[in-house]
Design a protein around this ligand. Structure first.
Ligand code: NDP
Ligand code: ZN
Length: 391
């Protein structure tokens, strides 16, 4: 089913190696169409065509790989709450149609002439970014997520070279510059590793930046995809970890995951028992919420790190909660490419993966509904080969 085509291909500027043993097919105008091009055409996916309609089957053409590009057959893609925010235009800057998905694991099918780091057959990952300026102060420090020109999102951004809108991983294939592709260690289970590409790096990056280590007391707020990975990573970094959850059903499971304490956040007496206790709080709640009660749980100099909230804080912060104890409210956005590679190695070494519920792509709307209700343990991951067995 073809519901729409993205902008046409630009003229191919490269050759691929090795790619297909099939014959090229010539048409009269305007350029010869080779199997390389035919291959990248007809990408199967699910897209949101508007903020108010469910995702539906959508066919489009990926760009022909450029000299620095890696073509990837997608095997698994995690379902992040950001996908849901974007599909529903919660942040007000969504573009449609949008194929969400930025926790991508796949197999390299072809590489452009200048690609050195990857070869066909290799298992690789793609996270939330597919390009950045590569020259600014942030990019030079490996902090592409803070690119001063703004990074190119895996979906919903204009491509820096041809202006077409990027589309994400709820699809059969993707083409990405090698600078934004990471190598997936063979030791990792590919299904449970997919969420590392966003949920993992988004929680690991601030924990590392703030120097979390043994002796620190860390509270993780909300146990969905990010929170679940945050708990595992903070424990692996040696911290004493407390989970804050609204869901009684997650208490025992959290303890099985090695969490030292669990606080049911709707119980004021449980909250108050931890006043002034924490060095760091990692807040993954996806909607506006009162952070004042959490600030009171920080020691002096404690840091409340927001990763879930990408909108105004409401109700407002009582400055006394900061001033009187030199506390800090901080934010953090995903993580850089080198740091993502570091995290994949870290997860392989510490045997860390995400607990996942594997689905096929036709279950995506139900998955969105369940995620909205906090009813997922702890990440949906789409099995793309099972979704499109004929491809
Ligand atoms: P999930 O839906 O998987 O998990 C969110 C968890 O927060 C829920 O499981 C629930 O945990 C808790 N929660 C949900 N709703 C509420 C509510 N109304 N009040 C209090 N707690 C609530 O989301 P993700 O982990 O995928 O993403 C979390 C947020 O992080 C999203 O907003 C996402 O857009 C954002 N994000 C930010 C990134 C960044 O770079 N900063 C990158 C990726 C995502 P429990 O049941 O335990 O209470
Ligand atoms: Zn995400």
């Amino acid at each position: 089913m073809s519901r729409g085509r993205l902008a046409p291909h630009t003229t191919p500027l490269f050759t691929l190696r090795p790619f297909s043993n099939k014959q090229s097919i010539l048409i009269i105008n305007p350029y010869p169409v080779t199997n390389k091009e035919r291959f990248m055409a007809n990408t199967q996916s699910y897209a949101a065509l508007s903020s108010t309609t469910p995702l539906e089957p959508f066919t489009f053409d990926r760009r022909i790989p450029r000299a620095d590009d890696v073509a990837i057959e997608i095997l698994y893609c995690g379902v992040c709450h950001s996908d849901l925010h974007f599909a529903r235009d919660d942040w007000g800057f969504s573009t449609f149609p949008v194929v969400p998905g930025h926790e991508i694991i796949g197999r390299v099918t072809a590489v452009g002439d200048k690609v050195e780091a990857f070869k066909p057959g290799q298992i690789v990952g793609v996270g939330c970014m597919v390009d950045s300026c590569q020259t600014c102060e942030a990019c030079k420090q490996g902090l592409e997520q803070y690119c001063l020109e703004g990074f190119t999102m895996t979906y919903g951004s204009p491509d820096r070279q041809d202006g077409t809108t990027t589309q994400g991983g709820y699809s059969t294939q993707i083409v990405v510059s090698e600078n934004f592709v990471v190598s997936v260690p063979e030791k990792l289970d590919f299904t449970t590793a997919a969420p590392i590409l966003c949920a993992g790096i988004t929680t690991y990056s601030p924990l590392k930046y703030h120097g979390v280590k043994a002796g620190h007391k860390v509270g993780v707020i909300g146990m969905g995809g990010l929170g679940h990975m945050g708990v595992k990573l903070a424990i692996a970094l040696g911290a004493e970890v407390t989970l804050f959850t609204r869901s009684e059903s997650k208490v025992e499971e959290a303890k099985r995951h090695g969490v030292h304490h669990v606080v049911v956040s709707t119980d004021d007496s449980q909250m108050e028992a931890y006043a002034g206790y924490f060095d760091y709080l990692l807040d993954t709640i996806p909607v506006a919420h009162d952070i004042n009660p959490y600030l009171n749980l920080l020691k002096f100099d404690g840091v409340h790190i927001l990763v879930g909230l990408i909108e105004p804080i409401e109700p407002t912060i009582n400055a006394a909660n900061l001033v009187m104890k030199r506390r800090v409210v901080a934010g953090s956005l995903i993580g850089g490419i080198a740091e993502t590679q570091e995290l994949l190695e870290f997860c392989a070494e510490h045997n860390i993966g995400c607990d996942v519920e594997v689905i096929t792509i036709n279950q995506i709307n139900e998955a969105f509904e369940r995620m909205q209700k906090g009813d997922v343990k702890y990440r949906f991951v789409i099995d793309m080969k099972k979704s499109y067995p004929e491809d």
